[in-house]
Design a protein around this ligand. Sequence first.
Ligand SMILES: Nc1ncnc2c1ncn2[C@@H]1O[C@H](COP(=O)(O)OP(=O)(O)OP(=O)(O)O)[C@@H](O)[C@H]1O
Ligand SMILES: O=P(O)(O)OC[C@H]1O[C@H](OP(=O)(O)OP(=O)(O)O)[C@H](O)[C@@H]1O
Ligand SMILES: [Mg+2]
Length: 282
Amino acid sequence: MLRIAVPNKGSLSGPAMAMLHEAGYQQRKESKELVLVDPENEVEFFYLRPRDIAIYVSSGRLDIGITGRDLLLDSGADSEEILQLGFARSTFRYATKPGTAQGPQGFDGMTIATSYEGIVAKHLADVGVNASVVHLDGAVETAIELGVAQVIADVVETGTSLRNAGLEVIGEPIMKSEAVVIRRTGAPDDDPKVQQFLRRLQGVLVARSYVMMDYDCRVEHLERAVALTPGLESPTISPLHHEGWVAVRSMVAAREAQRIMDDLYDLGARAILTTAIHACRL
Ligand SMILES: Nc1ncnc2c1ncn2[C@@H]1O[C@H](COP(=O)(O)OP(=O)(O)OP(=O)(O)O)[C@@H](O)[C@H]1O
Ligand SMILES: O=P(O)(O)OC[C@H]1O[C@H](OP(=O)(O)OP(=O)(O)O)[C@H](O)[C@@H]1O
Ligand SMILES: [Mg+2]
C-alpha cells in the first residue's frame, strides 16, 4: 500500500483533500479521523500537521506527502518536491513599519519575528546579516505593534494582513511557495505506485485548466482555425455530411476559451462548443 501524508489543517488541507477526491481517492469524512485506508486504490492516507509532513516523509515511514514548498524548506528535512499542485500559492517576505529599513541589509542588530525560523536563518546567513530571530506560532503581523520585534518574515498572499497591521514589505520575496508533492530525497523515481498516484493528480490539474472545444468550419478555413486550437498533440478533424465542412475537436486552455471562441466565430466557424474535462491521462 502506498502511504501518503495529507495536511490535516490550515490553508493546505481543504484543497489537498478536494484534489485527492477528484483523483478518485476516498477521503476522511470528519476531521478527527487520523488515518484512512482506501483498499480499492491500495492507498493509506495519514492526516498530519502540514509542518510535520516533510519530517515523516524524510524518515521513510511514509512514501509521499502533500505540503507547502515553504514548509519543506523550513523543516530542513531530507525530502524533495516531485509535483507542483498550483494551490496555496504565496510568497514569503520581510515586512516592517514604514521607514524602519531600506532592505534586509538594514536589519543588522534587529529582531525578526517569524513562524519560519529555518527559512529566515538561512536567508540571513546568505545575505550576511546579523539579526536575532524570535519564533512565534502565528498572527506574526502583530509582533511589531506589541514590541516583540522590529521586523517580521511571513507568508503573504493578498497582502491584506500586512495592510491591516500598517506594515509594508521590504526587499524582494525570499521565496515563492505553493502546495507540492514530496518524497524522500533520492527515493527511486520508478516506483509504479507513486507514478500512478502522480499521473492521477496530473490528470486533475489538466482537467481543471483545460476544456474540450468542438466546432465546425469550412475546409478552406481549417489551417487558420487549427492555428487557433493546436491542441496538445494535434486536433481531431472529421468530415461533415455537408460537403466542404469539417468538425474539429481540440483541448484548449480554459482561461483562453472565450477569446478563442470569438476568434473562431470571426473566422466563420460555427456550432462552437466547450465542454468540461472530468479526468484525463495524457
Ligand atoms: N493566506 C494564504 N494564502 C495562501 N497560502 C497560504 C496562506 N497562508 C498560508 N499559506 C500556505 O499554507 C501553508 C501553511 O499551512 P499551515 O496550515 O501551516 O498554516 P495556515 O494555513 O496559516 O494555517 P493555521 O491556521 O494553522 O496557521 C504554507 O505553505 C503557506 O505558504
Ligand atoms: O496576504 P494575506 O492574504 O493576508 O495572507 C497571508 C496571511 O495568511 C496566513 O495567516 P493565517 O490566517 O493562517 O493566520 P496565522 O498567521 O495565525 O497563520 C499567513 O500567516 C499570513 O498572516
Ligand atoms: Mg497560518
